[in-house]
Design a protein around this ligand. Structure first.
Ligand code: GLP
Length: 257
């Protein structure tokens, strides 16, 4: 499919507030789990996802949403952290979602940055028959997972060096005085594009430039999220602030309509 056609077909769902956008994304994930309780989900971290996971955790007891048969694969993880390090994405997932739902720990996967880690992760995803629905955020420089600018569309799970803007943006995850890792393991662009459906959540003004470049700019490694134009089933959910630089501005939706 041409990039242009994919772009035209990609629905961008715009909400006035980040909270409404997060609720819609949580609703999409919940609907997927309800239609197939054994779904394979690709999960993301970052501040943008906290409201999504809070809503899913609320739906677990309130709406009878069960994670017992769900398999998950997180996009990325820092290299070199001790198991259980509170700054790591494994601890983030426990804190924000897994500790609050009935997930089966044996089905929850995060990549590990040892030498054999990338191949092991790709094999585990393949053994699960691939990812049904991949949740994505976007970095201020257009990164998806930790695929920084310069990442190729053919990249698979690998260890990468973090770019200076990412180190700066994520420094707050680490206590003062603790050096943050400069390397991480991430699914590659091609790994992400292998998911059958992708949902990208972008909220806040800091994402406006990267989002416009991803959806309306040229496809290429300068903006890794632009490769999403090559996927046939991407839903982009954003708030007004993140949509500020889109030229083809979508109509604002009301999540309660
Ligand atoms: C992080 C993660 C990404 C995430 C992005 C945006 O570093 N590796 O998966 O989407 O950067 O994070 P935030 O939502 O905090 O802006």
């Amino acid at each position: 499919m041409s990039a242009l056609r994919a772009q035209v077909e990609q629905p961008v769902r715009l909400f006035a507030t980040s909270r409404e956008a997060e609720q819609l994304v949580a609703g999409i994930l919940a609907a997927r789990i309800r239609s197939n309780p054994a779904s394979v989900l690709g999960l993301a971290t970052g501040a943008s996802m906290i409201g999504v996971y809070r809503e899913l955790a609320r739906m677990h007891p309130a709406g009878g949403l069960s994670f017992a048969r769900v398999t998950t694969f997180n996009l990325d993880e820092y290299c070199g952290l001790a198991a259980g390090d509170p700054s790591g994405f494994a601890a983030y997932m426990d804190r924000n979602l897994f500790d609050h739902v009935d997930a089966d720990r044996r089905r929850l996967h995060l990549p590990e940055g040892d030498d054999a880690g990338p191949a092991r992760y790709e094999a585990a995803i393949a053994a699960a028959d691939g990812i049904d629905l991949q949740l994505l955020g976007i970095g201020r420089n257009g990164h998806i997972g930790f695929n920084e600018p310069g990442s190729q569309g053919t990249s698979r799970t690998r260890v990468v060096e973090l770019a200076p803007p990412t180190l700066a943006a994520n420094a707050n995850d680490f206590p003062t005085g603790v050096a943050m890792p400069r390397k991480a393991i991430t699914m590659g662009i091609e790994t992400i594009l292998s998911a059958r459906r992708i949902v990208l959540l972008a909220t806040g003004a800091a994402k406006a430039k990267a989002l416009a470049g991803a959806l309306e700019g040229e496809v290429g490694p300068h903006n890794p999220a632009s490769f999403l134009q090559q996927h046939p089933d991407v839903t982009v959910v954003c708030d007004l602030a993140a949509a500020a630089e889109l030229r083809n501005i979508p109509k604002i939706e009301n999540s309660h309509a």
